[in-house]
Ligand binder design. Structure first.
Ligand code: F6P
Length: 362
C-alpha cells in the first residue's frame, strides 16, 4: 500500500444535486485505501476559519440520493479579503492536509487554480446545474435541473392549452442558456431565449402570432435569466448587490417580456419563475452515476499527485484536464443544438431561416 493521505474536501458556490454523491465516493474510496478525509464546512469559508467535520463511513451513509451538500456551501472568495489566503495555507499545514479536493463551478475552481499556482496540492471537481464549465462535456446537476424544467414545461402546456394563454417560463442560466435550450427542446417550447443570442421582441411576437394564425391557441416561451433583448444594454436584475465574485442576482426578464408580449399581442400572458426549485432535491440516476465517477476519479488524481487538474467527462470517459482549461472561459451553448430549435418556432409551414443564428460576440 502507498502513502497514507489526509484529504480535505469542500463544496463551494451554488449547491447542486449530486454533491453528496461525490463526497460519498471520495470518502468510500479513500477509506478503502486507508486514507483519512476531512470535510471543510461552507466552501472556502471553512478552510479560512478552520471549520471542519471528519468524514467517515457513518457521515456518508445514506447521502447518495440526497440533494444539497452535507458540508454546506458559500460564495466566499478568499482572494477578496486580505489575509484569507494566508489563513488557508496555514490551516492546511496545521491540519496536515496532504491534498484538497475542491468541488465547484467557475468561481470555486478559479480559486483552486490560483491556490495551485501558489503550491497548494489541489484537485478540482466540476459542478454546476448551468453546464457552463469548459473541458468537460457535462457536469452533474445539469441533468436533474433539465428534468425538473422539462416537467414544468409539460405542466405549463396543459394549463396554457386550456386557457389559450402564452406562458413564459424563466429558468436559471446566468451566462449561458444550456438549461433553457435542452429543457426547451425536451419540453417542446415554442420560443427559447438564451444569453448567447440577444433576441428581438418583434421577431418573437411575430412567431407567436404566426403560430396562433396556424391554429395553435397557446404558446410556451422559455427564457434563461441571463437572456436580454438586443435593445437592452444590461441584464434584468433583482438587486444591484454583487456577491464576492462580482455577480449580481439576475431575474426579472420573464416578467419583462411577458408584459411586453401581452401588450403587443393582446393575448393573456403569464410568467413562472422556477428559481431554486431547479437546484433542489434528489439527483437523477444519471447525475448520481456521473458524480460518483467524478469522486472516485478525484481520489485517483490525488494518488497520482495530479495537482492543478480537474476530473472531466469526455466521450463517456472520465479524464483529467488542466484546471486552467476549465476556468479560462465559459462553455456556451452549442449553436448547432440551438439552431435545431428554429424548426419548431413560428408557423409550422414557414420557411426555416437559411442562415443559422450565430453567437453574438461578448
Ligand atoms: O451558478 C448556478 C446558479 O444556479 C445560476 O444559474 C444562478 O444565477 C445562480 O446560481 C443563483 O445563485 P444564488 O443561489 O446565490 O441566488
Amino acid at each position: 500500500m502507498g502513502q497514507t493521505m489526509n484529504i480535505g474536501i469542500l463544496t463551494g458556490g451554488g449547491d447542486c444535486p449530486g454533491l453528496n454523491a461525490v463526497i460519498r465516493a471520495v470518502v468510500r474510496k479513500s477509506l478503502k485505501l486507508g486514507w483519512r478525509v476531512t470535510g471543510f464546512l461552507n466552501g472556502w469559508k471553512g478552510v479560512i476559519d478552520g471549520n471542519t467535520m471528519p468524514l467517515t463511513e457513518r457521515e456518508v451513509s445514506g447521502i447518495l440520493p440526497r440533494g444539497g451538500t452535507i458540508l454546506g456551501t458559500s460564495r466566499t472568495n478568499p482572494f477578496k479579503n486580505p489575509g484569507d489566503v494566508d489563513k488557508i495555507v496555514q490551516n492546511l499545514k496545521k491540519m496536515q492536509i496532504d491534498a484538497l479536493i475542491a468541488i465547484g463551478g467557475e468561481d470555486t475552481l478559479g480559486v483552486a487554480l490560483k491556490l495551485h499556482k501558489m503550491g497548494v496540492p489541489i484537485i478540482g471537481v466540476p459542478k454546476t446545474i448551468d453546464n457552463d464549465i469548459c473541458g468537460t462535456d457535462t457536469t452533474f446537476g445539469f441533468d436533474t435541473a433539465t428534468s425538473i424544467v422539462t416537467e414544468a414545461i409539460d405542466r405549463l402546456h396543459t394549463t396554457a392549452e386550456s386557457h389559450h394563454r402564452i406562458m413564459v417560463l424563466e429558468v436559471m442560466g446566468r451566462h449561458t442558456g444550456w438549461i433553457a435550450t435542452v429543457s426547451g427542446i425536451a419540453g417542446g417550447a415554442d420560443e427559447i431565449l438564451i444569453p448567447e443570442v440577444p433576441f428581438d421582441l418583434d421577431t418573437i411576437c411575430n412567431h407567436l402570432e404566426c403560430r396562433a394564425k396556424s391554429g395553435k391557441n397557446f404558446s410556451i416561451v422559455v427564457v434563461a435569466e441571463g437572456a436580454k433583448p438586443k435593445s437592452m444594454a444590461d441584464f434584468a436584475t433583482i438587486s444591484s448587490e454583487k456577491d464576492e465574485f462580482g455577480h449580481v442576482r439576475l431575474g426579472g426578464i420573464g416578467q419583462l417580456i411577458s408584459k411586453e408580449i401581452e401588450k403587443r399581442l393582446g393575448v393573456e400572458t403569464r410568467v413562472t419563475v422556477l428559481g431554486h426549485v431547479q437546484r433542489g432535491g434528489s439527483p437523477t440516476a444519471y447525475d448520481r452515476v456521473l458524480a460518483t465517477r467524478f469522486g472516485a476519479a478525484a481520489v485517483d488524481l490525488v494518488m497520482s499527485k495530479g495537482w492543478g487538474k480537474m476530473v472531466a467527462f469526455r466521450s463517456y470517459k472520465i479524464v483529467p484536464v488542466e484546471l486552467s482549461e476549465a476556468v479560462e472561459k465559459l462553455k456556451t451553448v452549442d449553436m448547432e443544438l440551438f439552431n435545431l430549435t428554429q424548426i419548431f418556432f413560428g408557423d409550422p409551414c414557414e420557411r426555416v431561416a437559411e442562415k443559422p443564428i450565430s453567437r453574438s460576440k461578448k
